[in-house]
Design a binder for this molecule. Structure first.
Ligand SMILES: C=C(O[C@@H]1C=C(C(=O)O)C=C[C@H]1O)C(=O)O
Length: 431
């Protein structure tokens, strides 16, 4: 069952009452193996890293919002649901009890809506402790059947790739124009993205993509929310009781496949003034947005190099102590769009994206993640991802973008965006 308040509805006065039950679960099968087959793709939910996290399915409740107030409306709805919920939780950790998954469009003027999904079943694992949560609108329904491992997903068939709204040539052109605008002093940094459309001969099973991504990209959070599927290495914000953390990425180098060469490249990345400058903008934007909600913020002096199979990034882990009751979603909203996906200064960069990019990013580069009824949760930036077409699930649009600064070269940025498309391209392969 689902309720769909009209998009843009402000304060849902009398929301539904959900009945929530969480019990410990001893099973140790991989979380992604529980996702059942035969479900609509937008009801398969995931936030998994190195075998831990949450998977969910079904939709006990859903909510959509649009425009500049999309975060505030989602937060208000969630609070209302939380107030009215009847919860029995025998595990009591962040991620147990009532939980929603969510995904938000990058831009306020996107044609896409923000989506919150409250699954009917969740399987979670943290520090080796597993649990099962069921959520229902029916007060009689407290039946907890142990979840079973589902049948293996079929690989996508006959996948063909085609340019999306922004071809590689369009992209190079937009990057060159952005470099001119940066030279003219309009912005310091702007992140421009492009898209690639993959079409298979039958509906694409998100479970196949998730398993492939989790196998190969263990330094990422593997997500699926309302048809948006990916493996992001960038954590916008996590709130875990009083502790707030964020992993900021900016500054990228492609891997060559030769380990010795890659190590030398990693060292050059850590010394590159272009990349360090780009990184500094991103870290500063995160630290400034978190500051009003935190004390004792720790921002390391220098970034480390995060190694992924396709690229390496300059990375900084920011940690702080929360001083108010701002939820993880409120924090994510105040951080979005960080300089990692927007630019610097933010407002001018977002305007320039609207002018130069010539596509609707949809939920790519927006916050994606989950939140519990206490506001604890984790929100990544929806990168290295694709959006399944809601009307034709045999089609998925992949996205990738790059931070453009004064020294950026259009052809190198096309190559970098190609490298960032690799995780999803490979996940679509059947071998
Ligand atoms: C925009 C993307 O990635 C972002 C841009 C980066 C860069 O330009 O160096 C690095 C990591 C991300 O913050 C993407 O993957 O689509």
């Amino acid at each position: 069952m689902s309720t769909l308040p009209a998009p843009g509805a402000s304060s849902p006065a009398a929301g539904p009452t959900v009945v929530v039950r969480t019990v410990p679960l001893a099973a140790t099968d991989p979380l992604l193996a529980y996702l059942p087959s035969g479900r609509p793709h937008d009801e398969l939910l995931s936030w998994v890293r190195r075998g831990e996290g949450l998977v969910g399915w079904g939709a006990a409740l859903t909510f959509e919002s649009r425009g500049a107030d999309r975060f505030a409306e989602a937060e208000a709805w969630w609070r209302e649901i939380g107030h009215r919920a009847v919860v029995r939780d025998d595990v009591e950790r962040p991620g147990t009890g009532l939980v929603c998954f969510g995904s938000f469009p990058f831009a306020a003027d996107s044609a896409e809506s923000a989506r919150l999904v409250v699954p009917s079943t969740i399987v979670g694992r943290r520090d080796g402790q597993g649990w099962l949560t069921t959520i229902s609108l029916d007060p009689q329904l407290t039946l907890l059947e142990n979840p079973s491992v589902a049948s293996d997903p079929e690989p996508p068939r006959d996948v063909a790739f085609a340019d999306g709204d922004v071809s590689p040539a369009d992209y190079a052109h937009a990057v060159a124009e952005a470099v001119k605008r940066i030279g003219a002093g309009e912005v310091d940094k702007v992140v421009l993205a492009r898209d690639l459309v993959a079409t298979a001969s039958a509906p694409i099973d998100p479970r196949w993509l998730l398993r492939r991504l989790a196998e190969r990209y263990e330094n990422t959070w593997v997500f699926s929310v309302a048809g948006l599927v990916g493996a992001t290495p960038e954590l916008l914000v996590r709130r875990d009781k009083g502790l707030i953390t964020s992993r900021v990425l900016a500054g990228t180098i492609r891997r060559t496949g030769d380990d010795a060469k890659d190590l030398a490249l990693a060292a050059s990345l850590a010394r590159s003034s272009k990349d360090l400058e780009e990184h500094e903008y991103a870290v500063r934007s995160v630290a400034e947005a978190l500051a009003p909600h935190c004390s004792s913020m720790n921002v390391p002096e220098a970034p480390f190099v995060l190694h992924l199979p396709n690229v390496m990034h300059l990375a900084t882990d920011v940690a702080a102590v929360s001083v108010d009751d701002a939820s993880s979603l409120t924090l994510a909203a105040s951080l979005h769009p960080s300089a990692a996906v927007g630019g610097t200064p933010t407002a001018a960069a977002v305007d320039l994206i609207g002018e130069l990019e010539q596509m609707d990013r949809g939920r790519y580069a927006g916050p994606v993640g989950w939140m519990d009824a206490h506001g604890d949760g984790a929100w990544g930036i929806a990168l290295r991802s694709g959006a399944l077409d809601p009307d034709d699930p045999s089609q998925i649009t992949l996205y990738a973008g790059c931070g453009i600064v004064a020294g950026s070269d259009p052809e190198s940025e096309v190559a970098e965006s190609d490298a960032k498309l690799i995780p999803m391209r490979d996940a679509l392969a059947s071998d």
